[in-house]
Write a protein that binds this ligand. Structure first.
Ligand SMILES: Cc1cc2nc3c(=O)[nH]c(=O)nc-3n(C[C@H](O)[C@H](O)[C@H](O)COP(=O)(O)O)c2cc1C
Ligand code: SF4
Length: 418
C-alpha cells in the first residue's frame, strides 16, 4: 500500500499542534475547497472519491451530502463521535492524536452544505479526546481556520463539542439527535431522514469521525489521487491476536492477511476459531471465510457486514455460547425499549441463552431461540434489534454442537489447551 493517509502521523505527539499539521499539508484541502471551489464542486469531489460512511452503515458520503437541501436557511453538521460499538476504537485515536484532521473535515463539510454551526457528539467517557479537540479548536480559531471570515472568505463556522449520554443507542443517528436536543436517546421513525429534518427539525448532515477525517485528503489530492491510495480504511483489530490495534489498510484487504500478518496472528499454540468482522453487530465468520476481502460487498456475500470495521478475533479457547450470551446481554441492556420485538426479544433470548450456558438448557431451546430471532427480523425500528438474529444464526450454524453439549452435559465442551 502507498503511504498512509489518516494515521501517517498518529504516533507523533506534535501532530496535535496546528503549525505541525499545516507544515505536513493540513488544511490544504480546506483551502482548496473554500477558496477555489463552489459547494457543488466540493460535493462532486467527495462523491467521485467513492467515500462511504465509516460509522457502520457504509452509506455513500457524496450521496448523503447531496441530499441536504441547498435552499434551507438553517442547516447543521453533526459529527458522530459516540464510538460505542464493541470492538471499535479508531475514532478515539483520531480525536486524541490528530484533531485538526477532523476540524478540517468538518469545515469542508459545512462549507459544502452551507452550514454555519457544527456539533461534535462525543462519547461521554472521551474526556481526553474532548480536551484535545477543544484545544485544537481554539488554535484553529486563533489562526483563522474557524470563526468569522475563515481563510479570508465570507464563510463562518462555529463548532460545539458535546459530551454524550453514555448509551450505545445514542450512537444511532436519530437517537443521537434526540440526545443532542436534551431528550432520551430514542431512535426516530424515518423518513424523514436527518438530511431533510434533523437537529431541531432542520436539515442536518450527520457523519462519523473517520468519514470526515478522509475529506481533507480527498480535497487535497483530488478524488482520483485519493482513490490511488487504495481506498484506505481504519480497522480496529482486537481479541486473541498478538498485536491488537488500529490498522490503516486498503478496503478489500483479506481477513487472513489482516489477522495473521498485520495483527501478528494467534498467540502461541492457539488456533483461529471465529471473529466478528465489523463489530459485535456483524454476524460471526469462521475459518472458511478467512480469504474474504474486507469490503462491503464481499462481507455481505459472506453473510456478514463491514459495519464499523472492528475485527474481534476469537481463538480455540473460546466458548461460543458464552460469546453470544454476552453479546445478547449487551443488546438487552442497551435496547431503548421503544419497540416490542427488540425490548422483549433481547430479554427472552438472553434468558434462554443464560440457562443453556449454565447447564439448565432444554433440547427445544435451540428452536425457541431461532423462533425469537425470526420474530425480531425485519420488525425492529432501528438496527440495534436487528443485530441480534444474524450473530445467533451464524453461531448456531457453525457451533451447534457447543450448544448441544451445554444442554446434554450441563457443561462447556471447549477444551482449553495446556
Ligand atoms: C445502535 C447503533 C449504534 C451506533 N453507534 C454509532 C457510533 O457510535 N458511531 C458512529 O459513527 N455511528 C454509529 N452508528 C451508525 C449511525 O447511525 C450512522 O449510520 C452513522 O453515524 C452515519 O455516519 P457515516 O455515514 O459517516 O457512517 C450506530 C448505529 C446504531 C444502529
Ligand atoms: S430496535 Fe431496540 S434500540 Fe432500536 S428503537 Fe427499537 S427498542 Fe429501541
Amino acid at each position: 500500500m502507498s503511504e498512509k493517509l489518516l494515521t501517517r502521523y498518529i504516533h507523533e505527539p506534535a501532530q496535535v499542534n496546528l503549525q505541525t499539521f499545516v507544515l505536513r499539508g493540513g488544511y490544504q484541502g480546506a483551502r482548496r475547497a473554500l477558496c477555489d471551489l463552489t459547494p457543488d464542486q466540493v460535493i462532486a469531489e467527495v462523491d467521485q472519491s467513492g467515500l462511504r460512511g465509516k460509522g457502520g452503515a457504509g452509506f455513500p458520503a457524496g450521496f448523503k451530502w447531496k441530499a441536504v437541501p441547498r435552499d434551507a436557511p438553517v442547516k447543521y453538521v453533526v459529527v458522530n463521535a459516540d464510538e460505542s460499538e464493541p470492538g471499535t476504537f479508531k475514532d478515539r485515536l483520531l480525536l486524541e492524536h490528530d484533531p485538526h484532521q477532523l476540524i478540517e473535515g468538518i469545515l469542508i463539510a459545512a462549507y459544502a452544505i452551507g452550514a454555519h454551526k457544527a456539533f461534535v457528539y462525543t462519547r461521554g467517557e472521551f474526556f481526553r479526546a474532548r480536551e484535545v479537540l477543544m484545544r485544537a479548536m481554539d488554535e484553529a480559531a486563533a489562526y483563522g481556520y474557524l470563526g468569522r471570515h475563515i481563510l479570508g472568505t465570507d464563510f463562518d463556522l462555529e463548532i460545539v463539542v458535546h459530551a454524550g449520554a453514555g448509551a450505545y443507542i445514542a450512537g444511532e443517528e436519530s437517537g443521537l439527535l434526540e440526545s443532542l436536543e436534551g431528550k432520551r436517546a430514542m431512535p426516530r421513525l424515518r423518513p424523514p431522514y436527518p438530511a431533510q429534518k434533523g437537529l431541531y427539525g432542520q436539515p442536518t448532515l450527520l457523519n462519523n469521525v473517520e468519514t470526515l477525517c478522509h475529506v481533507g485528503h480527498i480535497l487535497r489530492l483530488g478524488a482520483d489521487g485519493y482513490k490511488a491510495h487504495g481506498m484506505p480504511a481504519l480497522f480496529s483489530v482486537s481479541g486473541h491476536v498478538a498485536r491488537p490495534g488500529v490498522y490503516e489498510l486498503p478496503l478489500g484487504t483479506p481477513l487472513r492477511e489482516m489477522i495473521f500478518e498485520h495483527a501478528g496472528g494467534m498467540h502461541p499454540a492457539r488456533r483461529f476459531k471465529a471473529c466478528f468482522p465489523g463489530g459485535s453487530s456483524s454476524a460471526i465468520l469462521v475459518e472458511e471465510h478467512l480469504d474474504t476481502p474486507m469490503d462491503y460487498d464481499s462481507l455481505r456475500k459472506a453473510g456478514s457486514m463491514l459495519g464499523s470495521a472492528a475485527v474481534i478475533v476469537m481463538d480455540d479457547t473460546t466458548c461460543m455460547v458464552k460469546v453470544i450470551a454476552r453479546a445478547v446481554e449487551f443488546y438487552r441492556d442497551e435496547s431503548c425499549g421503544k419497540c416490542t420485538p427488540c425490548r422483549e426479544g433481547t430479554v427472552w433470548m438472553s434468558q434462554v441463552l443464560e440457562r443453556v450456558l449454565h447447564g439448565h438448557g432444554r433440547t427445544e431451546d435451540l428452536d425457541l431461540m431461532a423462533g425469537i430471532a425470526k420474530g425480531m427480523t425485519g420488525t425492529c425500528l432501528c438496527p440495534l434489534g436487528e443485530s441480534v438474529p444474524p450473530s445467533l444464526g451464524n453461531s448456531l450454524r457453525y457451533f451447534r454442537e457447543e450448544y448441544e453439549a451445554h444442554i446434554r452435559t450441563g457443561r462447556c465442551n471447549v477444551a482449553v489447551p495446556a
